[in-house]
Design a binder for this molecule. Structure first.
Ligand code: NAP
Ligand code: MG
Length: 495
């Protein structure tokens, strides 16, 4: 498909704008709405319901009643699986509409929405749906005089509070395992990217999810997010977002019902090239994705590239050369791999970091906003020659900004890689298997990707060490642990 076709679809799109509560799209009780715009054009897309505490209370009551009634929780896992697979199928069938909606609401390039976000969302939904009737419970080694059953029971009412950078994909990461386990799920999408989640909920209803199993409460974090956080009838908050708001959720929990909190937070991930790598081309290609994919608005962005001092200049030259593959422009034009920053606020934050970087480092390329209509475009920006305590090395920028650092040994590279308060991800390039294993063991991060930039796949758990989060993992069978309680039943036997 071409730009004209995608643009035509964007003009004709039909999507809900009410909150999805109790199986219906409804206005906020207060009648309030909030606007969501297309950051690539500045145009208003829609006004959606801006919910308040009373809407949260209403949705939580529906979720709780349904959970206690057991409509979804006690359904045979194979039946739940069938509905969830149908849900995934409907998402697949609506790929183009969802991809366009995601692109215009967030500024993400349609190329990525079509080739990554939507296929990954569908794959994730299918994988967890399949797992619904494949997980076994356990029996304890309690001897012949007793039977110890260890069961994983649905936890209850799950609230998922979402970021804006991968709205559909991160939502699938949470709702797919939570629903597969039989919970009642409430989602609060990020205010600036609400629309694809509402469309997703509509498809869930079409697939046959009982009313109230999946609800979406739209509105601001400070109102809806907080109301969910302090609600005493929610059993878990699964949160993906910034470390600061993650801390707020821990406080909300402490001040209310000690609900479980799972935090997937920020990062400042390293990309390490060890000194045995002769041909740098593969590492360079991956470093570009690691730095600039999704305009760097990526929690696993590798924004500290660490490599031998004697290869640094060559590496930087190769990166600059490969910028040709990272063209930036109209997100609805499939030739562009890079689109707009998500919002004016975020654009300003990233530009401030770039200005700071110009004071503390040498700017290699980029560094000035790009004029494309009235959009918010920042080109790939590379810095080098800064100290390890520079702001752009310490803080998460969440934009297309990366820094290349030279070191004198592999040991120094790993020490610098670990010299961060975060621990979400790392990439490690080497041709030596022994080094790959040795150094990946030394890196303090939830995921170490060797000779590739990626987050693993659906079968590998994802989450962080240190300030990057705790409490559970997304993806893989481990995601299901978030959404279950362990029940031990100990039966004395008279034999
Ligand atoms: P954010 O500001 O923390 O927002 C995340 C969510 O929390 C949004 O839904 C937001 O709602 C809500 N929120 C905001 N203030 C709140 C409050 N006082 N109480 C309760 N909820 C509140 O983060 P973001 O800007 O969306 O995302 C960027 C951050 O997410 C980065 O640090 C990034 O590294 C991290 N991230 C991590 C992962 C991961 O898997 N580890 C993935 C993606 C992103 P509103 O937006 O409506 O205000
Ligand atoms: Mg928007």
């Amino acid at each position: 498909m071409n730009t004209e076709q995608y643009t035509k679809i964007s003009k004709e799109l039909k999507f809900p704008t009410g909150a999805f509560i109790g199986g219906k799209f409804v206005n906020a009780i207060s009648g309030k709405t909030a606007a969501t715009t297309n950051p690539a054009t500045g145009e208003l897309i829609a006004n959606y319901a801006s919910c308040g505490v009373e809407d949260v209370d209403k949705a939580v009551k529906i979720a709780r009643d349904l959970f206690e009634k057991g409509t979804w929780r006690t359904m045979h896992p194979t039946e739940r699986k069938k509905i969830l697979l149908k849900f995934a199928k409907l998402v697949e069938e609506n790929t183009v509409e969802l991809a366009v909606l995601e692109s215009i609401d967030s500024g993400k390039p349609i190329y990525e929405c079509m080739n990554t976000d939507l296929p990954e969302t569908v794959h994730c939904m299918e994988w967890h749906a399949e797992y619904a009737d494949k997980r076994y419970d356990e029996m304890s080694p309690s001897g012949l005089g007793a039977l110890g059953l260890i069961n994983y029971e649905a936890i209850g009412v799950v609230a998922c509070v979402m970021p804006w950078n991968f709205p559909l994909m991160t939502a699938a990461w949470k709702i797919a395992p939570a629903l597969a386990e039989g919970n009642s799920v409430i989602v609060k999408p990020a205010g600036i990217t609400t629309l694809s989640m509402l469309k997703l909920a509509e498809l869930g209803a079409c697939a046959g999810l009982p009313e109230g199993v999946l609800q979406v409460i739209t509105g601001s974090g400070s109102v809806v997010g907080k109301a969910l956080g302090i609600h005493s009838d929610i059993d878990i908050i699964s949160f993906t977002g910034s470390t600061d708001i993650g801390r707020d959720f821990l406080r909300y929990s402490a001040d209310s019902n000690l609900k479980k909190i799972v935090l997937e937070l920020g990062g400042k991930s390293p990309f390490v090239v060890l000194n045995d790598v002769d041909d740098l081309s593969d590492a360079v290609e991956n470093a570009m994705s690691a730095s600039f994919w999704n305009m760097g608005q990526n929690c696993t962005a590798n924004s500290r590239i660490i490599l031998p001092n004697n290869r640094k200049d060559e590496f930087i030259q190769m990166m600059v050369k490969s910028l040709d593959n990272w063209k930036i422009g109209n997100p609805l034009d499939p030739q562009f791999k890079l689109g707009s920053m998500v919002s004016e606020d975020h654009f300003n934050t990233v530009m401030k970091y770039i200005e700071q970087g110009k004071k503390e480092a040498k700017l290699v390329t980029g560094g000035e906003p790009l004029k494309v209509g009235s959009g918010l475009f920042i080109p790939p920006t590379i810095f080098t020659d800064m100290k390890n305590d520079a702001t752009i090395i310490r803080e998460e920028i969440f934009g297309p900004v990366t820094a290349v650092m030279g070191v004198d040994s592999d040991e120094e590279a790993i020490a610098i890689a670990n010299d961060t308060q975060y621990g979400l991800h790392a990439s490690l390039f080497t041709n030596d298997l022994n080094k790959a294993i040795h150094y990946s063991r030394l890196i303090k991060a939830g995921t170490v990707a060797v000779n590739v930039f990626c987050e693993g796949d659906i079968t590998t758990p994802f989450g962080g060490y240190k300030l990057s989060g705790f409490g559970g993992r997304d993806n893989a069978k481990h995601a299901h642990e978030q959404y279950t309680e362990i029940k031990s039943t100990y039966i004395k036997l008279n034999i």
